[in-house]
Write a protein that binds this ligand. Structure first.
Ligand code: GLU
Length: 313
């Protein structure tokens, strides 16, 4: 890429940061700064029930304490409904969306379980005739439900070169991958918001966990519907616990507080995380700036290509 990139931190304020989040933001920061790029912050607080302002504040304090500073003002998704509405209308005008009246249980179909993909959509509301649509709409209204809006995905393979995973071919399936753009309760959904905000914030480099690789195909399709440029993606291994379960903010796994107690200083926490991930060989304190001076993306690609998870010790 010719110009300096803009990367991002996109935390959901549902708890304190854990080691896996810190690893993701460290990598986003290193990948952007190693190209003299900017890093912007977005608070993904679309879901008011799960998000808390105090978690957002704590995440920002923690990032600063860790030396993971961002540029400019944070963008709060909770303040962006007008932008999401406008984007949704554009997709609807292009025939790229349809109403879905299914309950959550009716909507979901399981796929072969693989990481980050619990299942997909049955496609039940995708090709409704006018009569059947009216019947379903009435049924949903009687049950006190509105309609969700889904994106009409084509059967296609989205190909891109991932910074850490190399050449990727993500299959998008019509029906099964028809992502919710607006939920039946009226909340705009992650897949729409992330695409609109990545474009709004000028993000052309997205570094995040391996679990979101499957979402990338859907996001690229939504970008195409909205005429946006496709960012460069880099998917990094997930931190898992000793049972192989992904760390979670809500479960308080490997929280920054507990790591600070165990390792003593922010630099010791960063050094520990960098050593788990194989960025440095020895578990010793390191600041993000120190890691920047030894950052070697092609070595990391070799190490992480095809690597889904690493155990957080
Ligand atoms: N908000 C998401 C998270 O905290 C990240 C989404 C993304 O990077 O696209 O896991």
């Amino acid at each position: 890429m010719a110009s300096a990139p803009t990367g991002r931190f996109a935390p959901s304020p549902t708890g304190r940061l854990h080691a896996g989040n810190i690893f993701a933001y460290l990598m986003a920061w290193l990948a952007a700064r190693s190209r003299q790029g900017r890093v912007v912050l977005r608070i993904e607080d679309l879901d008011a029930q799960r998000s808390r302002a105090e978690h957002a504040d704590a995440i920002m304090r923690d990032l600063e304490a860790l030396g993971l500073c961002w540029d400019g003002e944070p963008l709060y998704q909770s303040a962006r409904a007008d932008a999401y509405r406008a984007a949704l209308e554009e997709i609807e005008r292009a025939g790229g969306a349809y109403e879905c009246f299914c309950t959550r249980a009716e909507a979901s179909v399981q796929s072969a379980p693989h990481l980050g993909e619990g299942g997909g959509y049955t496609g039940a509301c995708r090709e409704l005739g006018a009569e059947e649509r009216a019947r379903r709409a009435e049924g949903a209204a009687r049950a006190g439900r509105g309609a969700a809006i889904r994106c009409r995905m084509p059967d296609t393979a989205v190909c891109f070169t991932d910074i850490f995973q190399g050449v990727q071919r993500v299959q998008v399936r019509a029906g099964f991958d028809d992502a919710v753009l607006r939920r039946s309760d009226g909340l705009f959904a992650y897949q729409l918001a992330v695409v609109v905000d990545d474009a709004e914030q000028g993000i052309d480099q997205v570094v995040r966990g391996f679990d979101l690789l499957a979402s990338t195909g859907k996001q690229v399709r939504i970008q195409q519907l909205l005429g946006y440029e496709q960012p460069v993606y880099g998917h990094i291994p997930l931190f898992v616990n000793s049972e192989g379960r992904r760390l979670s903010k809500r479960d308080g796994d490997a929280s920054l507080d507990s790591m600070l107690r165990a390792y003593g200083s922010p630099a010791a926490v960063i050094g520990h995380i960098a050593s788990i991930a194989g960025i440095i060989d020895r578990d010793e304190p390191a600041t993000p700036h120190e890691l920047l001076s030894i950052y070697d993306e092609s070595a990391l690609r070799q190490r992480w290509e095809g690597c889904v998870s690493v155990e957080c010790r």
